[in-house]
Design a protein around this ligand. Structure first.
Ligand code: ZN
Ligand code: ZN
Length: 209
């Protein structure tokens, strides 16, 4: 591989990493993480390698995030089925305060719309993961859309639960607020991490987004 040792250039994708290679396709400078070698030893950056149709031009980071999106998306879709099943169980088993609380939270057109909305965001995350692994350009938009919908969903869920908090029996409030805050923190962390990752130049280059 043609190296340019001692170069004072920095990687086009990583402003802090020294660039030892010049892509023969686009002419930009890249670090060793961002450059691939053709069969005859020509250095080409990952973005150009994707455009040139080279196989296996996906970075380890993108693969990892794609798999994480698929895992979380699958768990989310499964959790929707779990919620639907637990609603049926609660209906059959108890008629006490727990039942009335569950009924307030899970029945009615708003709750149903919310459940379908949540299911759609999980399916979107699952599809985003598949798109990332296949280096599809639309995966970029899909991930950003998921993050926006995720934050919106967390906000609506918070408002909805706190608006009926007074009518929830005191012994259940701690559990309901605890699980709400826990899932909101996890959801927000996931959305922020996805956004920070997907907007990195090296990732956008690979997705051509
Ligand atoms: Zn290039
Ligand atoms: Zn680099």
């Amino acid at each position: 591989m043609q190296q340019m040792m001692g170069s004072h250039n920095y990687c086009h994708n990583h402003p802090k990493r020294a660039a030892f290679y010049k892509c023969e396709n686009c002419g930009e400078y890249f670090c060793d993480k961002c450059i691939l070698t053709s069969g005859d030893g020509r250095p080409v950056c990952r973005g150009c390698a994707v455009q040139l149709g080279w196989p296996n031009t996906r970075s380890g980071g993108l693969t990892a995030v794609g798999i994480i999106a698929i895992i979380f998306g699958s768990i989310g879709v499964l959790s929707i089925f779990f919620v639907l099943m637990s609603q049926k169980l609660v209906k059959n088993l108890s008629r006490g305060a727990e039942y009335e609380t569950m009924q307030k939270l899970s029945e009615g057109p708003i709750a149903m719309f919310f459940l379908i909305f949540t299911a759609c965001t999980w399916i979107l995350l699952l599809c985003s993961g598949i798109g990332l692994l296949k280096l599809k350009r639309w995966a970029f938009g899909a991930v950003v859309t998921y993050c926006v919908l995720d934050v919106f969903q967390i906000a609506v869920n918070m408002i909805r639960t706190f608006s009926i908090l007074d009518s929830i029996p005191p012994f259940m409030r701690g559990m309901i607020v605890g699980s709400l805050v826990g899932s909101a923190a996890l959801g927000l962390a996931l959305a922020v991490l996805f956004l920070v990752f997907i907007t990195r130049p090296a990732i956008r280059t690979q997705l051509r987004a």
